[in-house]
Write a protein that binds this ligand. Structure first.
Ligand SMILES: NC(=O)c1ccc[n+]([C@@H]2O[C@H](COP(=O)([O-])OP(=O)(O)OC[C@H]3O[C@@H](n4cnc5c(N)ncnc54)[C@H](OP(=O)(O)O)[C@@H]3O)[C@@H](O)[C@H]2O)c1
Length: 275
């Protein structure tokens, strides 16, 4: 497993996404992920599965400090008091004293000013309840505002990123500030398996297009990926990307597939996003 080291933190480059995992299925899928050697789990208050993730992690046999746990603040919880109260509720559901990374989930839907939310998150950090502050769905301009204008330390920006969505401006803004880019929808929910260019590269390496895509992501400096796989087959396959490397030519060829294709675009907002 590749670890991404930034700002003194070391985050596993490949994590397990959990959106749409629910109930006993979520408990089983997350527990199996840990058994398969995933050490990074991504959840959110909005997913309604923190309690299941907590149950899966409790008694999984892996010490807490060997696991990386990310959660995200829901859109109605951005005021100073709600950040603090809702994270306490998350910690209770997750059955843990701290999360490794706390993200602002959707800035465009936030119900309080950014500075208020970040200040509350920082207070949780100093109280030992949040190891690192992060954001999600932040444009290049919002990253600049959070870090340069408001003076906060941001470890990661979780955004939709895959071969069909280049995210050049966001990546540049993050790289300039030592911020990790975490790719969500990294395999475009399976669509990459139909891509001829990825199929051709996959054949060379005896891998699948999904595996080539995940390798392409984590082989980039400062990029993590959190594919969701509820099935054992996919969970295993997505881990099997650390025994080969893509050539520079292959990395560049995959990058040429970018076409501004975004699959998560609630209410059609995307004024400051790039292809
Ligand atoms: N911050 C945000 O706003 C935001 C937004 C969206 C997502 N996320 C996070 O990112 C995670 C990943 O994104 P996502 O779940 O939307 O999309 P994804 O990871 O690109 O795709 C997941 C889908 O692909 C299937 N799959 C997994 N591995 C596969 C493989 N090797 N071959 C073929 N199909 C495969 C899964 O099936 P099975 O489950 O049946 O195995 C599932 O249906 C989410 O779970 C969530 O944690 C965050």
């Amino acid at each position: 497993m590749i670890e991404i080291t930034r700002q003194g933190a070391s985050m596993p480059a490949l994590g397990m996404g959990t959106w749409q995992m629910r109930g006993e299925g979520a408990v089983a899928a997350v527990r199996r992920a840990i058994d398969l050697s995933y050490r990074h789990i991504d959840t959110a208050q909005m997913y309604g599965n923190e309690a299941e993730v907590g149950r899966a992690l409790a008694g999984c046999g892996v010490p807490r400090d060997e696991l990386w746990l990310t959660t995200k603040i829901d859109n109605d919880n951005h005021s100073f008091e709600r950040v603090k109260a809702s994270v306490e509720e998350s910690l209770t559901r997750l059955k843990t004293d701290y999360v490794d990374l706390l993200l602002i989930h959707w800035p465009v839907f936030a119900d309080a000013p950014l500075v208020e939310t970040l200040d509350a998150m920082a207070e949780l950090h100093y109280a030992g309840k949040v190891r690192h502050l992060g954001v999600s769905n932040f444009s290049a301009d919002l990253i600049a505002e959070a870090v340069d204008d408001l003076g906060h330390t941001i470890l990661a920006n979780q955004v939709e990123y895959h071969p069909y969505l280049g995210q050049e401006a966001v990546k540049a803004a993050c790289a300039a500030r030592d911020v990790i880019v975490t790719a969500y929808c990294p395999i475009v929910r399976g669509l990459v398996n139909e891509e001829p260019v990825l199929q051709a590269i996959a054949l060379i390496h005896d891998k699948t297009p999904s595996q080539v895509t995940l390798r392409w992501l984590v082989q980039q400096d400062g990029v993590a990926a959190i594919p969701k796989a509820a099935s054992e087959k996919n969970a295993r396959a997505n881990l099997d990307i650390f025994d080969f490397a893509l050539t520079d030519d292959e990395m560049a060829r995959i990058a040429t597939l970018a076409r501004g294709h975004r699959i998560v675009d609630p209410e059609g907002w995307s004024p400051v996003w790039d292809a």
